[in-house]
Design a protein around this ligand. Structure first.
Ligand code: NAP
Length: 280
């Protein structure tokens, strides 16, 4: 097999777990090649694209270039286009094809909890890039409704285009608006994340809920939201499986073939928890 030449770009890039995760997959599957992290400033994106067309088989994209890359693409898949964001680019014969694997990442994370978006009433906290990709995937998977709670409702405009989506202000988050009327609750804000000062002011929105909760934050492993869920006996997961499965779907795109995702997911879970100092 020829070497697979891969990379990840972002600004900043030092924090990225992608080289670890993609490198472990290459190693486990015996795929030869390289996966390098490139710090790319916005003004340098054109130069990187030229380099990628000539030298790479694919690359991942993190903040802030997930939307900046769009004008450079030769093709984009339908879901990524609906998100207006691409996290995975396959390079074939010098042409760039864009994908977004975040949505499949959260679908896999929920599946491992025995939960699906299909027919679900979803409450989504936040209206940033991750929230948009989750909202679009929930709708694609047949969610009955998506209620977006956010500080800046204008940012939810692309979500509100679908009649199943309702946008509410973050301070309207309550048991009556969320906990008691949701099947799935997803936190897609950085509240509770290590290094972020702000946190949920209270958890009364979980009162009386029978919903499953996914906090897409994965550092720390147990956020205050998840600690609260555990204390209340609510089914919940953090964002680690979303992170791992979006990477698995990306690697399948690079490789051009699929493999046993759950076997790989379990292996990567151990490796990433080790790297994050989160071993049980
Ligand atoms: P983003 O585009 O910056 O969006 C963040 C969202 O959170 C915005 O809606 C923002 O509201 C809201 N927010 C921030 N602080 C808030 C507060 N104090 N109260 C209420 N809302 C607040 O970020 P993102 O890329 O969507 O990422 C969001 C989180 O998900 C991050 O923690 C990121 O690490 C995590 N993430 C995890 C995965 C995974 O694979 N597990 C993937 C992607 C992202 P405003 O617009 O009003 O600021």
């Amino acid at each position: 097999m020829a070497d697979l030449r891969l990379a990840v770009i972002g600004d900043p890039i030092a924090h990225t777990l992608s080289p670890l995760i993609q490198g472990k997959m290459m190693e486990r599957l015996g795929v030869p090649g390289s996966y390098d992290a490139h710090l790319v400033h916005t003004e340098g994106l054109g130069d990187f694209v030229k380099f990628a067309r000539e030298n790479l088989d694919g690359f991942n994209i993190t903040i802030p270039h997930k939307s900046h890359i769009l004008p450079y693409l030769d093709g984009i898949d339908t879901y990524a286009a609906s998100c207006g964001a691409v996290n995975t680019v396959r390079v074939t014969d010098g042409k760039l094809y864009g994908f977004n694997t975040d949505g499949n990442g959260i679908v896999s994370a929920l599946r491992l909890m025995g939960v699906s978006f299909q027919g679900a009433r979803v409450s989504l906290l936040g209206a940033g890039g991750a929230a948009l990709s989750i909202c679009k995937k929930a709708l694609e998977m047949g969610a009955k409704s998506v209620t977006v709670f956010c500080r800046t409702p204008a940012k939810a405009a692309a979500m509100a285009e679908d009649p199943r989506v309702t946008v509410r202000s973050f301070d309207q988050l309550s048991a009556d608006s969320c906990g008691k009327v949701s099947d799935v609750i997803v936190n897609a804000t950085p509240l509770g994340m290590s290094g972020i000062d702000s946190n949920f002011s209270d958890f009364s929105f979980l009162d009386g809920t029978s919903a499953a909760v996914c906090d897409i934050v994965y550092k720390p492993a147990e956020t205050s939201l998840l600690r609260e869920c555990a204390a209340r006996g609510i089914r919940c997961c953090n964002g680690l499986n979303m992170l791992i499965y979006q990477a698995i779907y990306a690697f399948e795109i690079f490789l051009g073939q699929s493999f046993n995702r759950d076997d790989m997911g379990a292996y990567l879970g151990k490796e990433v928890r080790k790297a994050l100092g989160q071993e049980a």
